[in-house]
Design a protein around this ligand. Structure first.
Ligand SMILES: [Zn+2]
Length: 83
């Protein structure tokens, strides 16, 4: 958080000065992201909601459902013989 003086990085990129309220994972932990600085960014609430929608929206388009699991029946996770 100190890295950006506690400001929202997304708003900053738009020339706005807004205090960040959350540390967002660029690649979500649920999808294998790390907790390192290189994978985090400071965001305000509205930006965090936006970014999360983008992240999971894109995943949905690429065949991964809202729960983070693949939607394709051909994916190994969805095969009936998986024990
Ligand atoms: Zn923001």
């Amino acid at each position: 958080m100190a890295r950006t003086d506690g400001l929202c990085e997304r708003c900053d990129a738009r020339g706005l000065t807004v205090f960040a309220t959350v540390v967002d994972h660029i690649k979500p932990l649920a999808l294998g992201g790390t907790d390192e600085d290189s994978n985090t960014r400071n965001l305000c609430d509205p930006c965090h909601a936006e970014a999360t929608a983008e992240q999971f929206g894109m995943r949905t388009a690429r065949g991964i459902g809202r729960d983070g699991r693949p939607t394709s029946p051909d994916h190994p996770w969805n095969r009936p013989d998986r024990t």
